[in-house]
Design a protein around this ligand. Structure first.
Ligand SMILES: [Zn+2]
Length: 91
């Protein structure tokens, strides 16, 4: 029980246990981490720009010129990125 005059935020009431802590950090962790970008000159077939989506499930891409659909492999090399094609299909 909180005494009179004590200004305690609702999330700090003594004796109350919360299943999930009230912090902004947790919200940041639960946000899906998806990044869309374009990779110029990356298509293995025509050399066109690939529109790529980086997500926790992997990297998928489609060529904006010839519509090649590909799964990309990304590796960090010497502070940069190396991108290769794992699987290729035509849409
Ligand atoms: Zn292409």
């Amino acid at each position: 029980m909180v005494g009179e005059g004590a200004a305690v935020a609702a999330c700090q009431v003594p004796g109350v246990r919360y299943v999930i802590t009230m912090t902004g950090e947790r919200q940041e962790l639960e946000r899906p981490r998806i990044v869309d970008t374009e990779l110029p000159d990356a298509c293995a077939v025509c050399g066109g720009t690939i529109s790529a989506r980086f997500s926790p499930q992997g990297v998928k891409g489609v060529c904006l010129t010839c519509h090649l659909v590909t799964t990309l492999a990304v590796a960090e090399v010497d502070g940069g990125m190396r991108i290769g094609h794992l699987a290729i299909g035509q849409a």
